[in-house]
Design a protein around this ligand. Structure first.
Ligand code: A3P
Length: 314
């Protein structure tokens, strides 16, 4: 939540070490029909989340894995810090409390006691999650927390996810062809991309929910930041927006990645481009993805926002 993420880097490093000894058959567990990585999540935490009490001023960042959630996490923390104008003393105090509460980087990660510890956090909470809406605490919707839904085109998401899985000990390694099949069948961590986007589509017209695309941020980051700030009610000057944009560039974030994300750093900040899918998709895979998009998402509000023809057709 605050910018200093040493405790997050330590959490990531520990996951890496623990995950190195994991047996292949233990990589995932299934909870209510969706797969989750055992190194990061457990069923008790997912269950405990059902009674988690969201606050009205919580900001929830919801994104399917590999859609740029770490990027948006940094953006949201920076916008919130700039808007709230914490004193140096308050910043130090926030960091100390986050460390003391051992907050982890996603709502669904870590131990079941996390929910209770989060309740003790005295500042505005930025809650990141890969959970599908049906698996989120219902209090998020009931208490009208603001939700920013991050989406990315499915082809780049799949390619990013493939490289990510192959770089981490605790996820199964596979060939691209095998991964593509698993991705299309929802047999990857956090389940089906298509189900995820289709389910969020039902919420996007709600006043407390806003969708933003990875690609629109790549096209014009300043404009994207202004939209996010407006949605969250943050009042920022042009200069402040510009400064957050500079510090959120791929280059700036990659340079600091070992500090912010420990040994995950290089894996999280890989290329940061649009269109890398062209390096791996075969013609048959292109056609299969095009068909699936047409069946599941074309014509939906989020499907239109993804601009599939612009970003996913040759
Ligand atoms: P690539 O693998 O295509 O490079 P997540 O944070 O949800 O795991 O998503 C990771 C993806 O977001 C990676 O995509 C990563 O490079 C990209 N990313 C991270 N920071 C970024 C930034 N500042 N600008 C653009 N893309 C970024």
């Amino acid at each position: 939540m605050a910018k200093n993420r040493q405790h997050v880097a330590e959490f990531m490093d520990k996951v890496m070490v623990d995950g190195a000894n994991m047996r292949k058959e233990d990589t995932y567990f299934s909870y209510k029909g969706v797969l989750y990585p055992t190194a990061l999540c457990n069923p008790e935490t997912l269950q405990a989340l059902e009674s988690f009490e969201a606050r009205m001023d919580d900001v929830v960042l919801a994104g399917y894995p590999k859609t740029g959630t770490n990027w948006l996490d940094h953006i949201l923390s920076s916008l919130e810090s700039a808007a709230t104008k914490y004193t140096e003393e308050e910043m130090k105090q926030r960091i100390a409390i986050e460390k003391e509460l051992a907050l982890v980087p996603r709502l669904e990660f870590g131990d079941p006691e996390m929910c209770k510890r989060l309740n003790k956090y005295p500042y505005r909470r930025i809650l990141l999650t890969h959970l599908h809406p049906h698996a989120l605490p219902t209090s998020i919707f009931k208490n009208k927390a603001k939700v920013l839904v991050l989406i990315r085109n499915p082809k780049d998401t799949a390619v990013s996810y493939f490289h990510f899985s192959n770089n981490l000990f605790f996820l199964p390694t596979s060939t691209w062809d095998q991964f593509f099949t698993d991705f299309m069948n929802g047999k990857v961590g956090c389940g089906s991309y298509f189900d995820y986007v289709a389910e969020w589509d039902k919420y996007v017209n709600d006043a407390n929910i806003m969708a933003i695309c990875y690609e629109e941020l790549k096209e014009d980051l300043n404009l994207g930041l202004k939209k996010i700030a407006k949605f969250l009610g943050f009042s920022l000057t042009e200069e402040e927006i510009k400064s957050v944009a500079e510090k959120s560039s791929f280059k700036a974030m990659k340079e600091k990645s070992s500090e912010t994300h420990g040994s995950f750093g290089d894996t999280f900040f890989r290329k940061g481009t649009v269109g890398d899918w062209k390096s791996l998709f075969s013609e048959a895979q292109n056609q299969e993805m095009d068909r699936r998009f047409e069946e599941c998402l074309a014509g939906t509000k989020l499907g239109v926002k993804i601009k599939y023809d612009t970003y996913c057709k040759v």
